[in-house]
Design a protein around this ligand. Structure first.
Ligand SMILES: Nc1ncnc2c1ncn2[C@@H]1O[C@H](COP(=O)(O)OP(=O)(O)OP(=O)(O)O)[C@@H](O)[C@H]1O
Ligand SMILES: [Mg+2]
Length: 378
């Protein structure tokens, strides 16, 4: 898949920008604050319907303007074109796909594949478990939009169960005897176990597939360090064998009943799970890894997600690398360019002329970004 044409109106620092893009490696260069990341943010927004930077859509509209518009034309591997229009106005967003209004996120999310790496993406390794769960869930939704139902079913059942835990235990450790409450509690627990077990199984499955893709990519990227990193899904629920996760989940909740009467919330389940980046000796990368090791792992993880899209959707995702090269040694830069160059379209930003010189050989097109305009450079 590639982005063939992009028009921005009142998006961040762009008043009007109209561009066509070739396939291949595209380098965006320009000074700090020129608008390189803004451009990638717009492409990323089309794919995920949210910004990687802000949850406040109003910030995206150019200062003083009433609304922002992104128009884009994409072409997939079969050269089938489709276009997307996004309007951001008064904190709301309106999406059209080939001229039709998109009502639901799940009808749209699988259509446009892109992967994005930006400096803050290191958080995938170092950040909260919630961040890794979110990434896994988002990828699952992209591959199988119908999982939305399972995820919201789990969320609702857990909310109800938490509500009942608070009714059953008005104070920590205090239990109110009520047959009615107890029955509802059991019913919601069963519902939660069913959808929760399915979600755990899906996450475990995608983590294992990603691990298989991640390891060789990571080895290639970080070869001179010789370290090995692998991905592992972890849960308080026994994951082996995967067919018995529902029974294991029920058993884990049973075992946690005592502590839940004090905590008064659901303490076991997919909402507490995590995905670890493990070093070869089993240690947790985020606690023992160096800055460079974590950066390589985060990048390799994004590339593994690209491979997954490529395999499952028979289409290359658009890869965006925002400032990914800075802090990397020359060998690693070259290897990243080699790996990235395998995809049909890659956007790379860099504020450094030296860096652009280093990668210009691999680049199809270099664009110079400057205060609200973008021009071809080579
Ligand atoms: N809503 C907005 N309206 C107008 N300008 C905005 C808006 N939001 C951000 N900007 C401007 O966009 C610029 C930042 O652009 P961007 O982050 O794309 O820069 P960059 O080229 O990626 O820089 P760097 O090399 O530092 O990463 C800032 O100057 C900021 O003031
Ligand atoms: Mg930037």
């Amino acid at each position: 898949m590639h982005l063939a044409a992009l028009t921005l109106r009142d998006y961040r620092n762009y008043r009007v920008l109209e561009l066509e893009f070739p396939r291949g490696v595209i380098v965006l260069t320009g000074e700090n604050g020129a608008g390189k990341s803004n451009l990638l943010e717009a492409i990323h927004y089309l794919s995920y319907l949210r910004s990687f930077r802000t949850s406040r859509d109003r910030e995206i509209v150019r200062f003083g303007a009433a609304y922002a518009v992104i128009d884009a034309r994409f072409a997939d591997e079969q050269q089938r074109d489709f276009d997307v229009r996004l309007v951001l106005k008064d904190g709301k967003r309106f999406v059209r796909y080939n001229g039709n209004d998109v009502q639901k996120f799940q009808d749209y999310i699988g259509r446009l594949h892109s992967q994005f790496f930006f400096p803050g993406d290191l958080g995938i390794v170092t950040g909260d478990p919630a961040l890794r769960r979110e990434v896994l869930d988002l990828e699952l939704l992209r591959l199988r939009p119908q999982l939305t139902a399972v995820m919201s079913h789990f969320r609702r059942a857990r909310e109800q169960r938490n509500r009942l835990l608070k009714l059953l235990h008005p104070q920590p450790g205090v239990t109110r005897e009520s047959r009615e409450l107890r029955q509802s509690f059991t019913a919601f627990t069963e519902q939660m176990v069913q959808s929760g077990a399915q979600l755990i199984r899906e996450r475990l499955g995608i983590t294992r597939v990603l691990d298989g893709l991640f390891r060789p990519l990571h080895r290639q990227l970080a070869s001179e360090q010789g370290e090995q990193v692998s991905l592992e899904y972890i849960s308080q629920v026994e994951l082996d064998p995967p067919e018995q996760i529902a029974a294991a989940y029920a058993a884990a909740l049973e075992a946690a009943a005592g502590s839940e009467s004090t905590l008064r919330y659901t303490s076991v389940g997919p909402h507490r799970d995590d995905m670890l980046f493990r070093l070869g000796d089993g240690r947790d990368l985020k606690r023992f890894g160096s800055q460079g090791q974590m950066r390589s792992a985060a990048l390799a993880f994004r590339l593994a997600l690209c491979e997954l899209s490529r395999q499952r959707m028979q289409d290359d995702p658009i890869l965006m690398l925002d400032d990914a090269l800075s802090e990397m040694d020359d060998g690693r830069k070259a290897r990243l360019m080699e790996l990235a160059g395998r995809y049909s379209q890659v956007f790379i930003t860099s504020a450094s002329a030296r860096e652009v010189g280093q990668i210009a050989g691999a680049a199809g097109q270099v664009y110079r970004v400057g205060a609200g305009s973008v021009e071809k450079w080579n």
